[in-house]
Design a protein around this ligand. Structure first.
Ligand SMILES: Nc1nc2c(c(=O)[nH]1)N[C@H]1C(S)=C(S)[C@@H](COP(=O)(O)O)O[C@H]1N2
Ligand SMILES: [Mo]
Length: 322
């Protein structure tokens, strides 16, 4: 699978620069998954349990998903660059639950069972709810949006997400006026996601936004990509897409959303708060200690672009920070 992506100069320099995973241990992960990888390789060659990676269209959609994808595109959101090739976006991922190498998630994340899946929404709300993902798909106004995603490691992509505005979900549960932040949490299944066996790391992955950020019209919960259900490596069955923030804020495979009245610690702020700040808005003017942030490289084409403040979404979000 790694062949989809030719090693280019910039990837080597990224390696030299030490990725976000500097604090995660690759060796332990590989030992932990030696058996798993045999099974996965077997499956890829058709001699194991035959659940193919669902990154490509045509694989086991349930009836709800069949009625939803592909969804109508919201023409409000246009790209200034070509869309990233699906195979490239789906084979170069950060999903540390499933390994620290960019090529790991496409293989190992297929082990995650995304049905049944419930999302618990609670905390400081009038109507706490635990919602089944398929009920959510039937209830929410589903649409497609073309968004850029900018990783703090200075690579970027441009992809079509399918999903709904976060604020639609918040309306359902009616936040109390005392709620100031929204905390989100990924599943915790260390025997499936063996990155989570690293007990010295603050699993489960958590992220958070202020309530104003969560209510912004571009804050999106994605359930699909490229016109089909999310592939596991992109964070199936539901992940956040906040395109004006560095990629680590866009938490994958969410099981819990909690409204709180404090600024929560997150996975990355706990590990290395000086490098991964809570707000993490894309900003070419604030250099990161390890990656210059004034330029970015597009996945696949390798095109170099000037980094835009708020990743080009200032029109929607700049007023949140004035
Ligand atoms: N649960 C979880 N969510 C996560 C991550 C992760 O390791 N675990 N990585 C983040 C980072 S650093 C990035 S850049 C994006 C990458 O999303 P993609 O793999 O769909 O491109 O997911 C984010 N969400
Ligand atoms: Mo990232």
């Amino acid at each position: 699978m790694a062949n989809y992506i030719k090693k280019k100069d910039w990837q080597i320099s990224e390696n030299l620069a030490t990725p976000e995973s500097a604090y995660l241990r690759r060796r332990e992960f590989i030992q932990g998954t030696a058996l798993t990888s045999l099974v996965t390789v077997g499956a890829l060659y058709g001699c194991g349990p035959s659940t193919p990676p669902n990154s490509l269209p045509g694989v086991e959609w349930n009836d709800t998903e069949k009625s939803i994808y592909p969804a109508k595109r919201n023409s409000e959101f246009e790209l200034d660059r070509p869309m990233t090739d699906e195979k490239i976006a789906g084979t170069y991922n950060n999903f540390y639950e499933f390994g620290t190498d960019k090529a790991d998630p496409v293989n190992y994340a297929q082990k995650l069972n995304t049905r049944p899946w419930k999302v618990e929404v609670g905390g400081l709300v009038n109507k706490p709810k635990t919602i089944d993902i398929d009920d959510l798909l039937k209830t929410m106004p589903i649409e497609e949006r073309l968004y850029r995603l900018r990783c703090v490691e200075a690579w970027a992509m441009a992809v079509p997400w399918t999903g709904f505005a976060f604020k639609e979900l918040l309306k359902l549960v009616e936040p109390k006026s005392s709620a100031t932040h929204v905390k989100m949490e990924t599943f915790y299944q260390p025997f499936t996601a063996q990155g989570q066996l690293a007990f010295w790391e603050p699993w489960a992955y958590t992220e958070a936004l202020t309530i104003e950020e969560a209510m912004n019209e571009i804050t999106f919960l994605a359930t699909g990509i490229y016109g089909h259900p999310l592939s596991n490596q992109h964070g199936a069955p539901i992940r956040l897409a906040v395109p004006w923030k560095y990629g680590f804020k866009s938490i994958k495979s969410i099981v819990k959303i909690e409204l709180v009245d404090y600024k929560p610690m997150t996975f990355w702020t706990t590990l290395q708060g000086l490098e991964y700040d809570f707000t993490a808005n894309v900003n070419p003017g604030i250099p990161h200690p390890r990656w210059p942030q004034n330029r970015e490289k597009m996945l696949g084409t390798g095109a170099i672009r000037a980094t835009m403040p708020y990743n080009g979404y200032g029109k929607y979000v700049a007023q949140l920070y004035s």
